[in-house]
Design a protein around this ligand. Structure first.
Ligand code: AKG
Length: 243
């Protein structure tokens, strides 16, 4: 009988997932998680109590395990099990965190976008090891990649990555350090096809986009990162409090 869960490490090769038409390096894995796990994660996220949320003007956000301090330091605390299991082991199985300082992610931002919402072009900065692993939930969305202009602001659009629900996108190296990424604040994504979408040949279900467009629906992302500076002060305080 077929299992409800996707098999462990369904992707034979990291190299096969490389988006070759972009400045290296980004990797796209369709169906990284199956629809049953995707629904469970969405339910968990959307039912989170109000204090868990940061409401920004153009998206909602949850931060796990906690926000970084003013010196870009993470107070050591494990990610919750529902964010770790089975996703992180599956990522590690593909080798995604093999070279990161902590050999795995220690931080996860959960973004929720309604139709018309997005995120301005930005870079993720020096607090993290230069790799972001993004699991998409609920609906597709297009991520735009821009060159930086001379002042470090938004330059030329160099590619568009279509992220299907259940997929994993890994951006690293050049794409992380030398480019900006953003999501347009639109209610539909248009002009979708092989010439305009950098990962078209890697999509799991390109037929879903054969009309060349779709209307946006609620989409969530789990963005996993490895914070470079970690402080154990939280654990010391806990021990101190117990005395
Ligand atoms: O939601 C996404 O896929 C992108 C999020 C993002 O750019 C970020 O968290 O820095």
């Amino acid at each position: 009988m077929a299992s409800a869960e996707a098999p462990e490490n369904p992707h034979a090769s990291f190299a096969m997932a490389c988006i070759l038409s972009l400045p290296r390096t980004a990797y796209y894995f369709p169906s990284f998680i199956n629809p049953a796990l995707e629904s469970r994660l969405l339910e968990k996220i959307l039912s989170a109590p109000k204090p868990r949320w940061t409401t920004l003007s153009r998206r909602r956000l949850q931060t796990y395990p906690s926000r970084l301090t003013g010196t870009n330091t993470l107070i050591a605390e494990p990610l919750p099990t529902w964010l770790l299991d089975p996703i992180v082991a599956r990522m590690q199985g593909v080798g995604i965190w093999a070279e990161s300082p902590h050999r795995g992610p220690n931080h996860c931002l959960v973004n929720v976008y309604e139709p018309g919402q997005g995120i301005m072009p930005h870079e993720d900065g020096a607090a993290y090891w230069p790799l972001v692993a993004t699991v998409s939930l609920g609906a597709p969305i297009v991520l735009d990649i821009f060159e930086k202009d001379a002042g470090g602001g938004r330059g030329k659009l160099v590619g568009r990555i279509l992220q299907e629900p259940g997929s994993l996108l890994v951006t690293t190296d050049d794409l992380y350090k030398e480019h900006l990424h953003g999501i347009a604040e639109v209610t539909s994504d248009e002009d979708l096809g092989s010439p305009t979408i950098a990962n078209w040949n890697l999509l799991g279900s390109p037929q879903d986009f054969e009309t060349g467009r779709y209307d946006r629906q609620t989409r969530a992302s789990l963005t996993y990162r490895d914070v470079l500076k970690v402080s154990n002060i939280g654990n010391s305080l806990k021990l101190f409090g117990k005395r």
